[in-house]
Design a protein. Structure first.
Lengths: 225, 234
């Protein structure tokens, strides 16, 4: 393993949030991506696939409404100007390419932008997909937020998926705890890397081919989050 | 023609009892059940189905219930032969998990947007559609692939049901509906896609009370309405 302090989850979410632009319609996946909303200080409109545009923060205790929940089924709020619609309209927004950005967690991503994030593929677990496959099939701008290595120390950046596919050639950018990586012409291009971490070192542990962008930067995030 | 005849008319989709609401629902039928998580689930109607002892059901719904409520209640007593849904798993554990492992219920897993659109097609007289969702994945195995303008698509067939059980906020005696917040989800689609649509609502209001601009489901898609205190779960 690498002898360097990786970013924590809030720091990964913070880093991704810095690239969000004013006015975007955004769907944030369950887990890491949803943390981004804590750090986005621009006017953006959040979409929830169960039928909300203009979703607000989690509902305060005592103010929860059982009829107003997010995609994870947690009670949320609606901001002024927000609206509701049925599931068919909601997925027309997704498949029709009307959202500007979808941020997702992932088990694995390939250098061709293939993503696996819906099933670990074992016989024992009850398979469930929700909107995962729809979200990656219609939105042009898909960012993945994840740790670079899994709990067993294996790279989540791979040449070939070992988990079942969610969608082909769809991921554009990956925010990890060690580096920010773009996928360009079937290559992992490092745009930012932690201070003190060399590409060679990362590549050796990762066992995938990584390319360093000639204008690469040092990956930084606030210490106190 | 007397267009105002409706003021004195006899169209009345309101029913008073659960027996009337679920009349004709029998073993082996396919039923759609609205809701996402616990939002918009017609818990009263599901309880009605349960009390009637109906079995051998095919259920179409986004989720498969959790704890002992809703669809879980039917699954627990092995009343469900097959479930067509997008997300049966529940963070807090569910009966389906156990029944699936025991092979006591058949599961057809459908991506959420594809599920919604298949139901919309079923209700709209459309014989299916081509989508990029699921392309190349396990969920598109054995499905037709078609190239349109150089893009590959998967064919998905429409879904219809014998009964749709739906929860809404308000209805009038014509069956016009409005919903509450994100509890709308699959309701408007399922109303269209069944032979008999039964809706439980918190309030039945007089004809004309629902603002025409705000009616979400036109009454043509609704057969029966029962006014009943909703069971809401947080």
């Amino acid at each position: 393993m690498l002898n360097i302090k990786p970013l924590n989850k809030n720091q990964i979410a913070w880093r991704a949030s810095q690239d969000v632009q004013e006015g975007m319609y955004i769907n944030l996946g369950i887990g890491l991506p949803v943390l981004m909303s804590n750090y986005i200080n621009k006017e953006v409109i959040y979409h929830s696939e169960n039928g909300i545009l203009g979703m607000g923060p989690q509902a305060k205790k005592g103010e929860e409404d059982p009829n107003l929940v997010d995609a994870a089924k947690n009670p949320v709020t609606l901001v002024r100007g927000g609206c509701y619609f049925d599931s068919s309209v909601s997925f027309a927004m997704i498949r029709g390419g009307h959202l500007n950005l979808v941020c997702l967690g992932a088990f694995q991503v390939t250098n061709e932008g293939d993503i696996a994030n819906w099933s670990v593929g074992d016989e024992e677990t009850l398979p469930s997909v929700g909107g995962a496959m729809d979200l990656v099939s219609g939105v042009k701008n898909i960012w993945v937020l994840m740790t670079f290595f899994d709990k067993q120390g294996k790279s989540k950046l791979v040449r070939q998926l070992t988990y079942p596919l969610t969608g082909k050639s769809c991921v554009k950018r990956i925010y990890t705890d060690l580096a920010v990586i773009d996928i360009i012409q079937n290559r992992f291009i490092i745009k930012e890397i932690l201070d003190g971490l060399s590409v060679d070192e990362l590549q050796k542990s990762a066992n995938v081919e990584l390319f360093l962008d000639e204008n690469y930067k040092i990956l930084k995030a606030p210490d106190n989050i | 023609m007397n267009y105002e005849g409706r003021l004195f008319g006899m169209i009345n989709k309101k029913v008073k009892t659960m027996e009337e609401a679920l009349n004709g629902l029998i073993d082996g039928m396919t039923i759609m059940i609205s809701g996402f998580g616990d939002a918009g689930v017609p818990f009263n109607l599901i309880n009605g189905v349960f009390e009637m002892g109906i079995k051998d059901l095919i259920i179409i719904s986004n989720n498969a219930g959790r704890y002992d409520d809703g669809i879980s209640k039917l699954l627990k007593e092995n009343r469900v032969r097959k479930i067509i849904c997008s997300y049966p798993r529940s963070l807090k554990g569910s009966i389906i998990e156990k029944k699936y492992k025991e092979k006591a219920v058949e599961l057809e897993l459908v991506p959420q947007g594809t599920l919604a659109e298949r139901i919309r097609c079923g209700g709209s007289g459309i014989g299916g559609f081509y989508t990029r969702t699921g392309l190349g994945t396990l969920l598109a195995q054995n499905k037709e692939i078609k190239v349109i303008d150089d893009i590959e698509y998967v064919f998905e067939a429409p879904l219809k049901a014998d009964f749709a059980l739906v929860s809404a906020l308000k209805a009038d005696r014509w069956g016009n509906l409005i919903y509450s917040k994100s509890a709308r989800n699959f309701g408007p689609l399922m109303c269209m896609a069944s032979n008999t649509t039964v809706v439980e609502v918190q309030d039945c209001v007089e004809i004309g009370e629902l603002e025409p601009e705000n009616i979400i489901t036109p009454g043509i898609f609704v057969d029966r309405v029962i006014e009943i205190e909703p069971i809401l779960i947080l």
